[in-house]
Design a protein. Structure first.
Length: 265
């Protein structure tokens, strides 16, 4: 577990450096989901991008691409130097995930579409008798999209127990608090009404994430699973935490130095 925490710290530092150098990007929502991605890629998934029969991950909240790129660089699927060219013409990494990047299963960014695509992937695995899982990460603001609930209905209808969704419940979106923009509560009961198995956890606790995924996989009831992950926007950097201003704003020179110093302490 200590090793996973160290990986999470390095991932956060890479996220900050990417956004700082690009002078754009979405640090807040990238920092909030770090533990989810680290747990998936380093402990949970059977993942090898060259294999057809593999677990798949879809970043439906595509604006958190820096978190995914940082994790893929830790696995050496992306060269670290490429990270520092984020959103630049001379670089390969776009502001939202592109399928041209090794390790990215599908291009995402239009909110809700990654979730519906993951339902299709899970259904495809069922039809092909491939015994692997599809994992998908949604933002909580993303769950205001109608396409999310159409996909949720389809997943339950087709009994996709090989689909495990995570909702990054950090309560903030670009326009403010989710409950002020378009109330989501009670989001757990909404998913239950769509015939999903629902778990609610601390989404910044790697051990809890791993235990909950294992519990979900051991349930043999032919229903899709969703894990509502209560997280902190801007997690790990005190002045970014719970601060909607950093949803889509990179740190300036002074803020970047301060953020890195906090993470190194």
């Amino acid at each position: 577990m200590d090793n996973l925490l160290e990986i999470a710290k390095r991932v956060r530092k890479k996220i900050l450096k990417m956004c700082y150098l690009a002078k754009s990007g979405h640090p807040g929502g990238s920092l909030s989901c770090v533990e989810i991605l680290v747990a998936l890629y380093f402990k949970i998934m059977d993942y090898h991008p060259e294999k057809k029969d593999r677990d798949r991950f879809v970043l439906s909240k595509g604006h958190a691409a820096p978190a995914l790129y940082a994790v893929l660089s830790e696995l050496e699927y992306i060269e670290e130097e490429e990270l520092w060219k984020l959103r630049r013409l001379e670089g390969k990494l776009q502001g939202h995930p592109s399928i041209e990047t090794v390790g990215v299963e599908i291009s995402t960014g239009s909110l809700g579409q990654g979730f519906s695509a993951s339902v299709g992937m899970a259904l495809g695995y069922k039809l092909d008798n491939i015994n692997k899982y599809v994992y998908v990460l949604l933002g909580d603001g993303e769950c205001q999209e109608g396409i999310v609930w159409e996909a949720a209905m389809a997943a339950a209808h087709y009994k996709l127990d090989n689909l495990i969704a995570f909702v990054d419940r950090n309560w903030l979106q670009i326009d403010g608090h989710t409950e002020d923009v378009m109330s989501l509560e009670k989001i757990a009961e909404k998913f239950r009404a769509f015939n999903w198995d629902v778990f609610e956890i601390d989404g910044n606790n790697i051990d809890e994430i791993i235990k909950t995924v294992n519990q979900a996989k051991n349930m043999k009831n032919r229903r899709p699973k969703v894990i509502i992950c209560y997280t902190v926007k801007g997690r790990g950097v005190s002045f970014m935490e719970h601060n909607v201003a950093f949803h889509g704003k990179p740190p300036n020179d002074e803020q970047y130095k301060e953020a890195i110093k906090e993470l190194e302490q």
